[in-house]
Design a protein around this ligand. Structure first.
Ligand code: AMP
Length: 309
């Protein structure tokens, strides 16, 4: 099945057609940018697609609400599905291909093979959403296998997912360069998410507190706090100030390993991550910061021999 939006977007739903289209572009010497999504595209996705279009000859956006990555009590059935608008946005941002396979095309039978990136998935989102990252890793591995050599664009918004995808690409030798893109936020700090559409007006009004909490954590690091638990507690305390929030986790981790360091060392990079329920909506966010270098020794009295130095 193939149809066109604005004369530029090729919409594909079969794996064979998707792979063949990308193979044909590569045969003409064109580089491929891949942007995997669940759809309900917003400005965060748009930033990924635009970046891919700036760096690659041909951009393929995939829209697939992957049942494998949703838990039994999660929002699979109510997840927003807005394919026509997604196609328009993708085309607008420079995509040439939109691949939106039906579930039956991706999983024609029981899934007997699954990809698990152990080590990076036992904590944080992995602890709160058992099986989630196996579902993500499995579908991303399938998309990488279908797409072939490409650059694949992922958002820092889903920081643990980014780490998982990087690792799976390396460990399974996919010819894919994973490119990380910064989180796009609303003017009030709320990270853009398809799930923001679930929020009531009252919930939306307090939602930016999640970002504010991360900034509190970063302030604690900047002020010299070296205990990751204390930094996480500063984030948690800010979230707790709003009773509509129910905190899931707050953590300060090493961005490469996602492990909590024993202590924060000068110059070290730290990632602050938070997840909380706001009504029936679960929101996540994260922020990078760097532990300040030790402050220089107090300046000595001016030494005339050093004048002008
Ligand atoms: P999703 O459709 O939520 O699975 O997201 C698809 C891709 O878009 C993932 O790589 C996300 O990390 C990325 N993404 C989602 N929201 C944002 C955002 N606010 N800023 C940047 N990237 C995002």
């Amino acid at each position: 099945l193939s149809q066109s939006v604005g004369l530029r977007l090729e919409q594909l739903t079969s794996i064979a057609a998707f792979s063949a289209a990308l193979d044909a572009h590569r045969a003409h010497g064109r580089s491929i940018g891949l942007v995997p999504t669940l759809g309900a595209l917003h400005d965060g996705h748009a930033a990924l697609i635009r970046r891919a279009a700036a760096e690659c000859d041909v951009v393929a956006v995939t829209v697939f609400v992957n049942p494998l990555q949703f838990g039994p009590d999660e929002d699979l059935s109510r997840y927003p599905r807005t394919l026509a608008a997604d196609a328009a946005l993708a085309a607008d941002c420079g995509a040439a291909i939109l691949f939106s396979p039906p579930v039956q095309e991706m999983y024609p039978g029981p899934v007997l093979t699954s990809v698990r990136v152990s080590g990076l998935t036992g904590t944080l989102e992995g602890a709160s959403r058992p099986g989630h990252f196996d579902g993500v890793a499995t579908v991303v591995a399938k998309l990488f296998a279908m797409a072939g050599r490409c650059r694949a664009y992922f958002g820092e918004k889903d920081f643990q997912q980014l780490a998982v995808v990087r690792r799976l690409a390396a460990d399974l030798s996919f010819p894919v360069e994973v490119v990380a893109c910064p989180t796009v936020r609303e003017p009030d700090g709320l990270a853009l998410s398809s799930r923001n559409a679930y929020l009531s007006a009252e919930e939306r009004a307090v939602a930016p507190l999640l970002h504010a909490a991360l900034l509190e954590g970063a302030d604690a690091v900047a002020a010299g706090e070296t205990d990751p638990a204390a930094v996480a507690a500063a984030v948690a305390a800010t979230v707790a100030a709003e009773p509509r929030f129910r905190l899931d986790y707050a953590a300060a981790v090493d961005p490469a390993t996602l492990a909590v360091p024993a202590a924060l060392a000068p110059g070290q990079e730290v990632r602050l991550l938070v997840a909380a329920h706001l009504g029936t909506t679960r929101l996540i966010d994260n922020l990078g910061t760097t532990v300040p270098a030790p402050s220089p020794a107090p300046a000595r009295k001016a030494d005339p021999a050093c004048a002008g130095a």
